[in-house]
Ligand binder design. Structure first.
Ligand code: NDP
Length: 491
């Protein structure tokens, strides 16, 4: 399959004619050939989006929402096929890929409804015979830059609110997951999104992405990715005074207290730590465990980890798929070596999987470190792989302090049956998302999603919070007194 860019309503080859291969990380098979576009392609897409904005902003919001409703219906009809493609393209097991597509479906229907809500407000004026209101206004061209780990969900979290709010889009997907981006934009086209309103340009971040950051016709950037790239995005786009939303990395922890339901805690930890092979921004990579149950929990985890089956995500029995590429395998392994040098105890895993059938893929064994101390690098830096560190604590206060000590602030969780401890944790855990008696993953699309501190720059995705980013407030004063009334002076 040979993919094309989508610019101004046309599917077009990159102007330099260059392509690269999209690879299945589980077996090395080529999934698609993808344009390696140039700055010129990106600039053409930006021009198309700027032109289309002139009309799209005037399309009534309920009509924009209706198009998104149709998008949701098509996504729903094609969920199974899209999930299969996702598994082949980025490795996550089929059920998780289906969940990823479901997030897109949920977001389409939710944002379709916002077409008829997107509420502003009226408020009394301080002057007589004067009316005051605040309405949401569109902003312009949105540059959308996404990572590979949620190839459908994350683009929909950005593109759908951008569209319903009246903006046009230039979408630069991650180089590792172009096919799902292609399928999504095909569906947007099929649902009736007018030419130029959504544009898709494949290519390298430093070329296509960078053009979005620097081009003055792009008004806002919505970025999800690593902290290193996020800092660069903030700097370059900030220079042009663009509105910038950053959703970055995490170092998420599960706290397990001595009164926890341990069966439930083990289920939650395994799902959060090894689901998507630990490559979720909300993945659990630390467990902070009360000393009273530390050894018991470790033994239960080891017993269950021994049963996890690695394999291609389309095989029904697979629990854990591959990492995204060889570079990721090397990065994960380097952290395992760091952990050992730091004095943590490697209990299981700690190397690439070498079993027959996995040799052509980027598989890494689920790994557990115990006797980890809070300031070790494996306990503070994002590894983005199936590596779990177990930290011992004496109290809830100590657990919360350790949770909050890292620079990231995305998600945290606590397993406890004690309502007092639970509410103390809700109050004191310094993350954007907090789970009680559940793992660190599982966001629902109608609640705000995002992190504090090093995980971003304070914006939130999903829910109505997404509209706060993709629209701006317009304050409107209507004076029907027929004379000059001066605020603060004549009141
Ligand atoms: P990267 O930062 O490597 O890439 C993210 C996107 O940025 C890609 O599309 C990439 O393009 C692009 N990019 C790279 N360089 C530039 C540049 N100079 N200018 C503009 N764009 C550029 O992240 P990953 O794709 O590896 O994603 C994993 C990271 O994402 C993890 O840290 C994870 O925690 C985080 N993440 C955060 C989430 C959140 O909501 N907080 C959710 C999901 C993931 P290309 O692919 O071509 O390199």
């Amino acid at each position: 399959m040979k993919l094309k860019n989508y610019i101004g309503g046309q599917w077009v080859e990159p102007e330099n004619g260059q392509y690269e291969s999209d690879i299945d990380p589980a077996n090395g098979e080529v999934v698609a050939e993808v344009p390696r576009s140039s700055v010129k392609d990106a600039e053409r897409a930006i021009a198309a989006a700027a032109e289309a904005y002139k009309e799209w902003r005037k399309v009534p919001a309920p009509k924009r929402g209706e198009i998104l409703f149709t998008v949701g219906q098509i996504l729903k009809e094609r969920k199974h096929e899209l999930a299969q493609k996702m598994t082949r393209e980025m490795g996550k097991v089929y059920t998780e890929a289906a969940g990823d597509v479901q997030e897109g479906i949920d977001m389409a229907f939710y944002m379709a409804g916002e077409g008829r809500r997107s509420f502003g407000y009226t408020t009394p004026s301080e002057l007589p015979d004067k009316f005051a209101m605040a309405t949401r206004d569109s902003i312009g061209v949105a540059g959308i830059i996404t990572p590979w780990n949620f190839p459908m969900a994350i683009p929909t979290w950005k593109i759908f609110p951008a569209l319903v709010a009246g903006n046009t889009v230039v979408f630069k997907p991650a180089s590792e997951t172009p096919m799902l981006a292609y399928e999504l934009v095909k569906i947007l086209e099929e649902a009736g999104v007018p030419a130029g309103v959504v544009n898709l340009v494949f290519g390298d971040g430093p070329v296509v992405g960078e053009t979005l950051l620097t081009d003055p016709r792009v008004n806002l950037i919505s970025f999800t990715g690593s902290n290193a790239t996020g800092r660069h995005v903030a700097k370059v786009a900030g220079e042009g005074l663009k509105r910038v939303s950053l959703e970055l990395g995490g170092k998420n922890a599960v706290i397990v207290m001595d009164d926890a339901n341990l069966d439930l805690a083990v289920d939650g930890i395994l799902w959060s730590a090894f689901g998507t092979t630990g490559q979720r921004c909300t993945a659990c990579s630390r467990i902070i465990v009360h000393e009273g149950i530390y050894d018991q929990l470790r033994d239960r985890l080891l017993e269950r980890m021994a049963k996890l089956r690695l394999g291609h995500g389309l095989e029904g029995q697979t629990d854990v798929g591959p990492l995204i590429n060889e570079k990721a395998v090397q990065k994960v392994h380097s952290y395992v070596e760091i952990g050992q040098q730091e004095g943590a105890k490697l209990n299981v895993g700690g190397r690439p999987a070498s079993d027959a059938g996995l040799a052509n893929g980027h598989f890494y064994l689920p790994t557990l470190f115990t006797e980890v101390t809070p300031d070790m690098r494996i306990a503070t830096e994002e590894i983005f792989g199936p590596v779990l560190s177990m930290i011992r604590v004496k109290s809830l206060e100590e657990a919360i302090e350790i949770n909050n000590r890292v620079t990231y602030g995305l998600s945290s969780s606590i397993f406890s049956q004690d309502v007092n401890r639970v509410f103390q944790a809700i109050r004191d855990l310094a993350t954007g998302i907090v789970y009680i008696n559940a793992g660190t993953t599982g966001a629902e699309i109608h609640l705000p999603f995002g992190g504090t501190r090093g995980t971003g720059n304070g914006h939130r995705e999903a829910g109505t919070a997404a509209l706060d980013f993709f629209s701006e407030w317009k304050a409107v004063y209507v004076d029907f007194s027929g004379k000059l009334q001066r605020a603060q002076i004549d009141a």
